[in-house]
Design a protein around this ligand. Sequence first.
Ligand code: MTE
Ligand code: MO
Length: 520
Amino acid sequence: MNEQESRAARPAAVADRRRWALAGLVCTGVGVAAGEFVAALASPLLSPVTAVGQAVIDAMPGGVKEWAVSWFGTADKAVFIVSLIVVMAGAAALIGLLERWRRGLGLAGIAVFAAAGILAVATRADVSTAAFFAPVVAGLVAAAMLAWVAGRYLRARRGAGAPTGTSRRGFLQAMAVGAVVAVVAAGASTAFRNAAVVVSGLRAKVRLPRPAVPAPPLPAAASLDVAGLTPLVTAAGDFYRIDTALLVPAVDSSTWKLTVTGMVERTVELDFAQLLAKPLVEHYTTIACVSNNVGGNLVGNARWLGWPVRELLAEAGVRPGADMVLSTSTDGFTAGTPLQTLTDAREAIIAVGMNGAPLPLEHGFPARLIVPGLYGYVSATKWVTALKVTTFAADQGYWVPRGWSALGPIKTASRIDVPRDGSHVPSGRVTVAGVAWDPGAGISGVQVQLDDGPWQDAEPAAAINVDTWVQWRAVVTAGPGSHRVRARARNGAGVVQTSAIAPPAPDGATGYPQIGFTAG
Ligand SMILES: Nc1nc2c(c(=O)[nH]1)N[C@H]1C(S)=C(S)[C@@H](COP(=O)(O)O)O[C@H]1N2
Ligand SMILES: [Mo]
């Protein structure tokens, strides 16, 4: 190498290093933005980057925090966030340089980044498991992009000596596109998360009124003491969630309105404060999803607080000829509910409370419908904003043109929770327990069958009311070996659930639930 070459090589090496640093920055940035976006979808109140920041703050010795406050005063948070971004950007550029130095080393750096994200997320309270995907997605996206960019760059350099002309332009274009993608994804997740934070703040301020008609206290005899049995009342955090919303709608309760239109004497409009001021009833109702398989867990029981739909419809004055109410959510979901189920004696309500708290965002804050006896897809509209009194001939709910039945009464069903399917238990007397439901009709009995033996009566617990599931238990005698247990419920009208096996579509699965276990 002569004088001239080495002088030319030095700036080329600097430019090369700069490019690798830029690649590290952009690839990591795209990964982090992708992770933020996934987190916003999965768990709107969780931001992995914020979690990392929070973890750093939590880990800081008190002295450092005081020093920061004394130096920066109320700007300490802003200073901290800027420092965090600078440090992260530095680390990201370093990742690019590491990759330049030794292929794979930058990828290892990304893995360290992702691991830090996972640790930070894990330290946050009440985080859904889905939130753990975010740092993983961030790491995979960043690593894939860096590997791709590095591969292309090296190939271009090998082909054309130093990357000049088209290959350099291509590289810069890729970096520009990556930067735009990162900014858009980060912006979208931030905007969405801010909305969720604002609405969560509104929700936290809601003071639910005392019910005009409280639910009677739970009968002590309604809960059986069997380990592994589904709790009588499902905690909001354990309640199944089904909806078509990609992002949990963040509905501002201060501007929310419910309007009643269609075949009515007068249009009625109700805001959240007016709804809370109505005489509210409290009622335990078990709701179920039509997609629930036999033995599945898309069913839950909660204490709902709300205003009877029949009262609202009476204010509007339903005109003759109507037979359906089409409810619409902010996200465009609709459900077609038979008018009669909203006007008869059952507690069909515009619910604002779930187990004593305002509805969680995921379950329809600020208001949703709950109609005892109907599958959710034809009745339980979350984030509900409009009721249109209409006819089945004129309108269809969201799932009907997609192949599901226009009418969706919940079918008599039972589930075996204990023993767990596939478990091993001591032989002899084996406790079998589960839940059974037929909202509207109630449950009058449950039977179980061990292998091909006779059906024997189980002991149902006391019912809360006809709209909720009941727990039940039985004792079977099982010798050593493998066994099968089936169950069947009898509803309040004396009708036993059908043994005919049917899939969920178009109007709900049927068949006896069955589990297998070994004894010995
Ligand atoms: N806005 C809206 N409401 C909806 C749905 C939906 O997709 N969007 N799904 C319905 C279905 S299919 C069911 S089973 C219930 C589930 O209510 P949960 O998520 O509170 O358990 O909500 C109903 N309400
Ligand atoms: Mo559903």
